[in-house]
Design a protein around this ligand. Structure first.
Ligand code: 5GP
Length: 134
């Protein structure tokens, strides 16, 4: 995997405002927050997108996401938030190292979402095909 800005943060070559660290995970404040308390949670394992991440690292992130979310909500006073995880440039991924955003939602700031919902037409077949790939 190519070096990214997050690789450098993990290596301590670039500073960050750290909020959490364990042997598999680092969490720190986003440098360009969508709202106050916007936190990034990244695996120490080098992986570009979520599908490339090991079960161990995924579990380690999953274990701390709720705790980190609670802390962010408690400190910012936000009652609502989004957890966002982008994969691939067309999906708005700018840093090619897996990361989860915790983004508090306030009346005037947070994540704006365009959600062009369609209709599910081939649900049974699609669900079966995905299940067969697992
Ligand atoms: P993406 O669009 O890839 O899901 O989000 C990448 C995030 O990384 C952005 O929200 C951006 O503000 C954040 N970011 C980029 N460079 C740095 C940096 O050097 N330090 C920190 N703390 N955040 C960064």
């Amino acid at each position: 995997m190519a070096q990214t800005i997050f690789t450098k943060i993990l290596a301590g070559e670039i500073p960050c405002h750290k909020v959490y660290e364990d042997d598999k995970v680092l969490a720190f404040l986003d440098i360009n927050p969508l709202s106050r308390g916007h936190v990034l949670v990244i695996p120490k394992e080098p992986a570009e997108t979520l599908d490339q991440l090991s079960d161990d690292s995924a579990a380690a992130i999953g274990r701390v996401l709720p705790r980190l979310s609670r802390a962010v909500m408690a400190v910012t006073g936000a009652r609502h938030y989004n957890v966002l995880q982008n994969n691939g440039v067309p999906a708005h991924q700018a840093v090619m190292h897996v990361h989860f955003h915790i983004i508090p939602r306030f009346d005037d700031s947070g994540l704006g979402i365009d959600w062009p919902a369609g209709k599910l037409v081939d649900g049974a077949q699609l669900a079966q095909a995905i299940a067969a790939k697992l």
